[in-house]
Ligand binder design. Structure first.
Ligand SMILES: NC(=O)c1ccc[n+]([C@@H]2O[C@H](COP(=O)([O-])OP(=O)(O)OC[C@H]3O[C@@H](n4cnc5c(N)ncnc54)[C@H](OP(=O)(O)O)[C@@H]3O)[C@@H](O)[C@H]2O)c1
Length: 420
């Protein structure tokens, strides 16, 4: 077989290590792929010392005669990454990307283009880099009707929540530590808002449930206080940013939100930047765990994608051809659930009674109420409540009334409690 000729756009965290591994592990990769893999061109923004392989404009990689695979490692949902992937497919090149934002936004269009052209669009590193989940869902689990997915897909927010729990520090302090350790970007918006996890969950839902990509409700971790983490712990729970989805007949729902999960669960026990993906069907339960990010795990995913292309493996981008992906039908499932509610009230007599009355007026029955020590500095008294199972609509109504109450001095917080 002639060598497989690859080009890399983006020489940052993943790209730089990939270049090094393609050289250092050349024989090992050739053995796995049953042919040589040759790096023929690279491109980035700043000048690099890779000799004649350097191409100034990444878009030129799409048109180069000697390139068989374009590897996009620049990032961003739009702009140059989108333009390059489209152009590469249009010019008959296979594409590998680690870019979940791009795929979450333009995955349908790009998958269609790849299929029309008979080309691969591979993206193992885009979801939970250290876990081979794309391969698992497209190949090993293709015969299993998955009906539930429960995951931790964002290592940065998991690290922040673990720091808040272990070190008893505020969200802002934990975020600063994550940034110092290199686990959070200078602009951490995508991670802490839940959007990064939502991008990955969208892709997982399409792979697992055979549906088209569509947006899902997303809530981040910015409003969680260390007080909430401590109170949840006393009640036997950890707070985690959970990305979950379920398929019920033809209806599919999904969301990213902080949740209280039982301390003994796998999700609660996931530490630091680890990712967890639990998949359920009527007959199976499978839980995969691994590093969620980092140059090594991500470059492993890209190398696996390269070897698949070299071996001639051609699979539909989302497991089945785009035409067969079902539209995602959403029916709000009126499933009651228990909630944790935290309210900061004025430190004065009658505040607690007022809150209890308000909850009763909203027809919410409380399983427990606790009043942790006063925060003298803030002159506020926290009240933590656990509800009996209740429809989320009622919690929304209660939150609106609590926010409007004269005794409540900060926006109240409600977090869903996962079933055991
Ligand atoms: N890092 C991880 O752990 C990880 C894990 C899984 C997936 N991902 C995804 O993988 C992709 C790459 O991540 P990364 O962490 O390697 O990114 P990164 O360290 O920020 O590197 C990005 C690279 O792209 C280049 N680049 C950016 N904009 C460009 C432009 N307009 N023209 C030319 N080159 C441009 C940069 O060039 P310069 O260096 O010259 O500035 C840099 O080399 C992203 O989609 C990310 O979400 C990352």
């Amino acid at each position: 077989m002639p060598p497989l000729k690859v080009a890399i756009a983006g020489l940052g965290t993943i790209g730089a290590l990939l270049v090094e591994r393609l050289t250092r592990q050349a024989e090992f990769i050739a053995h796995a792929a049953a042919r040589q893999v040759e790096l023929v061109a690279v491109s980035a923004r700043k000048p690099r010392d890779y000799g004649s392989a350097v191409i100034n404009n990444p878009l030129d990689l799409a048109q180069r005669q000697n390139v068989g695979v374009v590897i996009e490692l620049m990032g961003g949902a739009d702009g140059i990454a989108h333009d390059l992937v489209k152009a590469a497919l249009a010019h008959g090149k296979h594409v590998i990307t680690a870019n979940k934002s791009l795929l979450a936004e333009h995955g349908m269009e790009l998958a269609q283009l790849a299929e029309q052209q008979g080309l691969c669009l591979n993206y193992e590193a885009a979801i939970a880099s250290g876990i081979p989940i794309v391969k698992s869902l497209r190949e090993s689990l293709i015969g299993i009707e998955i009906n539930q997915i429960h995951t931790i897909l964002n290592g940065t927010s998991n690290y922040i929540l673990c720091q808040m729990a272990d070190e008893k520090i505020s969200f802002q302090e934990a975020l600063a530590t994550a940034q110092q350790q290199g686990y959070a970007e200078a602009d951490p918006h995508l991670d802490i808002s839940g959007e990064d996890a939502a991008h990955k969950l969208k892709l997982l839902m399409s792979l697992a449930f055979g549906c088209r990509l569509s947006d899902i409700p997303t809530q981040g971790i910015q409003d969680i206080h260390s007080l909430d983490i401590g109170l949840a712990h006393q009640m036997g729970y950890a707070i985690k940013l959970i990305a979950h989805a379920q398929k019920n007949g033809e209806y599919i729902s999904g969301a990213v939100r902080p949740m209280l999960v039982p301390l003994e669960s796998r999700l609660a026990q996931s530490r630091g930047t680890h990712n967890v993906i639990a998949l359920y069907s009527h007959h199976n339960h499978l839980c995969l765990e691994g590093e969620g990010a980092g140059a090594y795990p991500a470059s492993n995913g890209v190398l696996a994608d390269i070897v698949d292309i070299a071996r001639g493996m051609r699979l539909p981008v989302f497991g089945v051809p785009v035409q067969q992906l079902a539209p995602r039908l959403v029916k709000e499932q009126a499933q009651p659930s228990a909630f944790y509610l935290r309210v900061l009230v004025m430190d004065r007599a009658g505040s607690m009674a007022g809150i209890a009355q308000l909850m009763a007026a909203c027809d919410i029955s409380l399983a427990s109420v606790s009043q942790p020590p006063l925060d003298k500095k803030e002159q506020s008294a926290p009240i933590a409540m656990m509800t009996h199972p209740v429809l989320e609509d009622k919690i929304e109504q209660a939150l609106a009334k609590l926010a409007a109450s004269q005794v409540v001095i900060a926006p109240p917080l409600a977090i869903k409690i996962a079933d055991g």
